[in-house]
Design a protein around this ligand. Structure first.
Ligand SMILES: Cc1cc2nc3c(=O)[nH]c(=O)nc-3n(C[C@H](O)[C@H](O)[C@H](O)COP(=O)(O)OP(=O)(O)OC[C@H]3O[C@@H](n4cnc5c(N)ncnc54)[C@H](O)[C@@H]3O)c2cc1C
Length: 386
């Protein structure tokens, strides 16, 4: 929460230190930015036009220059994945650098300061603290996060407060979250990782995401499952369908037509052995069937399990394990250039409290940096102090 009494900036946080959630990002190494930020990869139930306009406000390249030149934070790609991490120093270096910049610019930080209400007042806004104190300010930025990992301080207070002030808050749900399954066959593969493409529909838009899928004893995890999970946890849940091994339907069709010898053996050149066995079984085929004995119907049912296998999802791991929150303050109710409320002059929103999130890989911190910067850019108070 940022308030600007007079010309200064006061940062209020209920935690006893800055960056509690930031310290967890990228396993502490901080996957700080994406290489690019295509609006199509972001998820929102709000206006996609508003989303695209906000994302144009500060590109990942500009953010990278800011971190390198102004914050002194090194950013380097991880060799295996190309993901951008803060090196050296990881999340603590980022927190220290940003807090240092803010302090040098005159910002005052108050920790252990839980805000209980923000209300329009004569001079702009009254920010009431739980301890009984209040602060008057011409401008307030609500950057209270979402509901994910509530132990870091993000309990969802900002959603309730925005709704109380008349904003539309789109229903919130855990996103980028591991999924649960009661399927014993997939459960027996716990610990196995396979490249997978998951397809589904969200808000009427079909999407496909590709990456590693991890079978767990509770269900499914790994980047591709996290990135697709919103279809199963969002406002209108949709089925998830998997194409295994990084191959699409056409590639699997060609592989099956070219196959010789044991079917299971051929599948093992693309898939972990135990998954190959389960797929043959799920297609209703004999485990030792050979291509020479595969009927057309058998090939079609094998193709269906290989390239459009329904992922049996029974739930998700909830707020304690969701990396972000889906839903939030409607984007069309803020000015995309300054994130200022269209309902209440002087009130801005930033970060996860807004209705948008991106896939794993730095997109969500980028959203936090970008919206934080845009919301802080509009400094001129609308209502002059008496
Ligand atoms: C385990 C994990 C790993 C992640 N890894 C990555 C990653 O590598 N890369 C990436 O891009 N994203 C990652 N994310 C997502 C990213 O951390 C979030 O999107 C980002 O932190 C959101 O920033 P925010 O400022 O909106 O909210 P938060 O970081 O949640 O900050 C909100 C702050 O508001 C304070 N607050 C809330 N209510 C009040 C109140 N009433 N009064 C006073 N203070 C209040 C809280 O104490 C908190 O400090 C990860 C998330 C998790 C959980």
């Amino acid at each position: 929460m940022l308030a600007s009494p007079g010309t200064g900036v006061l940062v209020l946080d209920q935690n006893d230190r800055p960056g509690a959630k930031l310290s967890l990002t990228g396993g502490g190494r901080c996957n700080i930015l994406p290489a690019a930020a295509d609006p199509s990869v972001y998820v929102t139930s709000s206006s996609r036009n508003s989303l695209a306009k906000i994302l144009r406000g500060w590109s990942p390249g500009e953010a990278r220059s800011f971190f390198a030149r102004e914050a002194g934070v090194g950013i380097g790609p991880e060799a295996a994945t190309g993901k951008l991490f803060a090196v050296p120093g990881g999340a603590p270096a980022v927190t220290g650098a940003l807090e240092g910049i803010a302090r040098r610019a005159g910002a005052v930080f108050r920790y252990r300061s839980r805000v209980s209400a923000i209300s329009p007042s004569e001079r702009g806004w009254t920010v009431s603290l739980e301890c009984g104190e209040s602060v008057e300010s011409g401008r307030v930025v609500l950057a209270t996060g979402g509901r994910s990992w509530p132990g870091t301080g993000s309990g969802g207070w900002g959603f309730a407060e925005a709704a109380r002030l008349g904003h539309t808050v789109r229903p919130v749900y855990p996103a980028l979250v591991p999924l649960l399954s009661g399927d014993p066959g997939f459960g027996s593969l716990s610990g196995i990782v396979v490249e997978a493409t998951i397809s589904s529909v969200f808000e009427g838009r079909p999407f496909s995401v590709r990456g590693p899928l991890l079978f767990t004893h509770r269900g499914f995890s790994g980047p591709v499952v996290m990135d697709a999970s919103h279809a199963a946890t969002g406002p209108r849940t949709a089925a998830l369908s998997v194409s295994w091994g990084g191959l699409d339907r056409k590639a699997w069709e060609e592989a099956l037509l070219a196959g010789r010898g044991l079917v299971r053996k051929a599948l093992e050149s693309h898939l972990p052995s135990r998954l190959a066995g389960l797929i043959v079984e799920r297609a209703g085929l004999d485990p030792s069937i050979r291509f020479a004995d595969l009927t057309r119907d058998g090939r079609m049912s094998l193709l269906a399990v290989l390239s459009a296998c329904p992922l049996p999802v029974s739930g998700n791991c909830g707020w304690d394990e969701a990396e972000v929150t889906g839903g939030g303050v409607a984007l069309e109710e803020v000015d995309p250039a300054s994130l200022e409320s269209r309902l209440h002059p002087g009130l801005h929103f930033a970060g996860e409290v807004l209705d948008a999130f991106g896939p794993v890989g730095g997109c969500n911190l980028y959203w936090a940096w970008l919206t934080g910067r845009l919301s802080a850019g509009a400094r001129r108070p609308r209502k002059p102090s008496p």
